[in-house]
Write a protein that binds this ligand. Structure first.
Ligand code: AMP
Ligand code: MG
Length: 416
């Protein structure tokens, strides 16, 4: 028997995987309102100052500090400026009623909030006067033109993924539509003759040996959350010819093919030979737990990724390997192409049995800011992912004693 080749360490596998990925370059114009989650294909440069002019950040009175030499000075009101109106220059020795967001009248150098003023009752038709009960400070309650964004600033850089804050920023500088990269087209297959779709068969009627197809559901969700256009191509039977046929067809019209299951070394695992028959398999088996049976290859232009069948392995390898691949394909400017690392966090558990492989342990943060561990770390136990909110990234051979700091990867961050 041939000696088994050593499993590839995760950081090496990631480097190799990403070196093989060229970002898509096709772009499309989408309405800013519909651009959530898309990847920006242009720098957004502001054509104006934000705010466009000096304006008030309070409801109150705009004045010149020099006109208020002492607390209690009484000044006549010479104009009233609401948001959306223009302002005339401020007459000397007067103040202007002003509201939040209204432009500052030229000549004014401070705003006093209305809580610090008393309006004097004026006779009918007379100009109201206002007593200023504080000594105003130069510049107070004024938002300066361009203090947020100056004309010519790059407010959003090409390659970022657009989220709520970015969409607001784009709108704030007048962008009604944005140039974004086209969505990555992903074909998804599940393999396994034991798989039954929920809804097709009631639990009480499940044939012997059958299980529900759970991977399909979280993989569709993960792919969609990462902004992919998913063709969910159902279940491929555990047969060589059917597997080859399904992969061949999908490769013509997709950027990425993702399969789950069938990528181990059993006689019922047809993925590996099928990919080798159609293209090339460049990466197979990674030194991680869970998730050893991971494969990457090419079929024509399409990338191929084979995920393990065990649900937790499938989920974890998606987060650790498919997500970085997708982000690069999508043109997301990369940060950290190697080991995913993690945020140093206190382990409130012992982990006495080290593994030879790099291990990703399902944990969740507790109210004390530490991490609790799920008792059953078996790679089939989806309950561990529902209970947990992240993974601890343990180096090969690493044990943990309660109280030590470990590298924590939150699921929330891995889902963007
Ligand atoms: P395989 O990698 O095909 O040998 O599958 C490994 C284990 O994962 C087996 O117990 C399968 O029944 C299970 N499995 C494979 N695919 C799925 C799926 N889509 N949903 C749930 N379990 C699966
Ligand atoms: Mg199988």
């Amino acid at each position: 028997m041939n000696p088994r080749p050593p499993l590839k360490p995760l950081s090496q596998a990631l480097a190799q995987l990403l070196a093989a990925v060229e970002p898509l370059n096709a772009t499309e114009q989408v309405a800013t309102l519909d651009a959530d989650g898309r990847v920006l294909a242009q720098d957004v440069v502001s054509a104006l100052h934000v705010p466009p002019q000096d304006n008030s950040s309070m409801d109150g009175y705009a004045l010149r500090c020099a006109d208020v030499p002492q607390v209690g000075t009484l000044l006549p009101q010479s104009q009233r400026i609401a948001a959306g109106m223009g302002a005339k220059p401020l007459e000397a020795g007067t103040l202007a009623r002003i509201f939040t967001g209204a432009p500052l009248p030229p000549g004014a150098d401070a705003v006093v909030m209305q809580e610090d003023c008393t309006v004097q009752d004026a006779a009918d038709g007379a100009v109201p006067s206002v007593r200023v009960n504080v000594l105003p400070q130069h510049g107070q309650w004024i938002r300066r033109a361009g203090e947020d964004v100056a004309r010519g600033d790059v407010v959003l850089a090409r390659g970022i993924r657009l989220g709520p804050a970015e969409l607001g920023q784009a709108a704030g500088v007048g962008m009604g539509s944005l140039q974004v990269l086209r969505r990555v087209r992903v074909a998804l297959f599940s393999t396994g003759d034991e798989l039954v779709m929920p809804g097709d068969c009631a639990p009480a009627d499940m044939p012997p040996g059958a299980i529900y197809n759970s991977n399909r559901f979280f993989l569709v969700s993960l792919l969609r959350r990462l902004g992919c256009e998913v063709s969910d191509l159902g279940i491929v039977p555990d047969q060589r010819a059917a597997t080859v046929e399904a992969l061949r067809n999908a490769a013509h019209t997709h950027d990425l093919i993702v399969t789950s299951g069938g990528v181990s070394v059993g006689e019922e695992d047809h993925i590996k030979p099928a990919v080798q028959a159609l293209g090339s398999l460049d990466l197979w088996q990674i030194a991680i737990k869970p998730g050893k049976p991971f494969a990457h290859g090419r079929i024509g232009w399409a990338h191929f990724v084979g995920l393990p069948g065990n649900p937790v392995s499938s989920f974890v390898t998606f987060l650790l390997l498919v997500r970085p691949l997708l982000r690069k394909l999508q043109g997301v400017s990369q940060s950290g192409l190697g080991d995913p690392g993690g945020v140093p966090t206190r382990a409130d558990f012992d982990w006495p049995r080290a593994d030879k492989r790099q291990e990703f342990v399902r944990v969740r943060r507790n109210a004390q800011g530490g991490l609790d561990v799920f008792p059953n770390q078996s790679s089939g136990v989806l309950t561990s992912l529902v209970w947990g909110d992240g993974l601890v990234n343990l180096a090969p051979g690493q044990t943990v004693a309660r109280g030590e700091m470990v590298a924590y990867l939150g699921f929330a961050e891995l889902l963007t």
